[in-house]
Design a binder for this molecule. Structure first.
Ligand SMILES: [Zn+2]
Length: 268
């Protein structure tokens, strides 16, 4: 089974612009079977939905390989943007919510109304919902718990599984809640396996945020294609662990990949 990367971004991330087509090409060249993505341009102050729509439509789609996710932000309430109407122009395959970057207020009636309206649609259309989680009170894994209960047919994916114990508890508690492997360490994956929920983990890299963090925060230059090759290697290790319970060393996976490419090139 080809690997799928269920957590990819395009667009503006702080001061860097990750050009949609370049991101798509980089990922597919590496050998990923399919990927799901959303635009981080929606984190920009005063962003209009039209800008996001243009970015997503600018990618030349390879049929069945690139799955756009609708990044829902509270600002769309004012802009009268809702998932149902925008889905006429883009075949969204999921929804992304980022409770740290956007100020979701679950005591605000308007916010609750738009979240319920979006989840009603997701439930009807069988769309998964990817939720960013972190170690702050605003984005802990259980922040959206009321919805996990209410929308039992939606597949909710807790991205990053943070805080780990909290995420494990929620994934164990709800049949419809899963986790993704983006920025999840091997040690954390072992812990998830120990608690019996490893089969509910979905592979995702968070590329090109991986590139951004490495280059901007650690001050190390890395070619974007090389970064994704590293991310892809990590996905392979994670996928193998989820399926078999064995943690491969990166050297072993590189050797397997090299062997495969030798075999393929000989065939050609
Ligand atoms: Zn992300």
């Amino acid at each position: 089974m080809p690997i799928s990367d269920n957590h990819i971004h395009i667009g503006q991330f702080n001061e860097v612009y990750y050009e949609p087509q370049k991101i798509s090409d980089t990922i597919l060249e590496t050998g990923v079977g399919s990927f799901s993505f959303s635009s981080t341009t929606s984190c920009k102050d005063g962003v209009k939905y039209k800008e996001i729509e243009k970015e997503i439509l600018s990618i030349k789609y390879v049929f069945g390989k690139a799955h756009p996710f609708f990044g829902l932000i509270p600002e769309y309430i004012q802009q009268r943007i809702d998932i149902e109407s925008v889905s006429q122009y883009i075949d969204y395959k999921g929804i992304k919510i980022h409770p740290l970057a956007q100020k979701w207020d679950l005591t605000n009636k308007k916010h609750l109304a738009v979240l319920n309206e979006t989840f009603d649609y997701a439930q009807r259309q069988k769309l998964p919902v990817l939720i960013h989680t972190g170690n702050n009170t605003v984005d802990m894994a259980d922040r959206f718990e009321i919805f996990f209960n209410r929308y039992k047919d939606i597949k909710f994916i807790l991205s990053h599984c943070r805080p780990l114990e909290n995420a494990i508890e929620i994934i164990k508690k709800y049949k419809n809640v899963f986790g993704d492997t983006a920025f999840v360490s091997n040690e954390s994956l072992r812990k998830i396996a120990k608690f019996g929920v490893i089969k509910k983990m979905i592979t995702g890299s968070d590329f090109p945020i991986t590139h951004y963090l490495r280059e901007r925060e650690m001050g190390k230059y890395i070619n974007i294609k090389q970064q994704y090759r590293n991310d892809f290697l990590k996905l392979k290790i994670q996928k193998n662990f989820i399926e078999t319970g064995h943690m491969l060393l990166p050297e072993t996976v590189s050797a397997i990949l090299r062997y495969k490419s030798v075999k393929i090139s000989k065939k050609l």
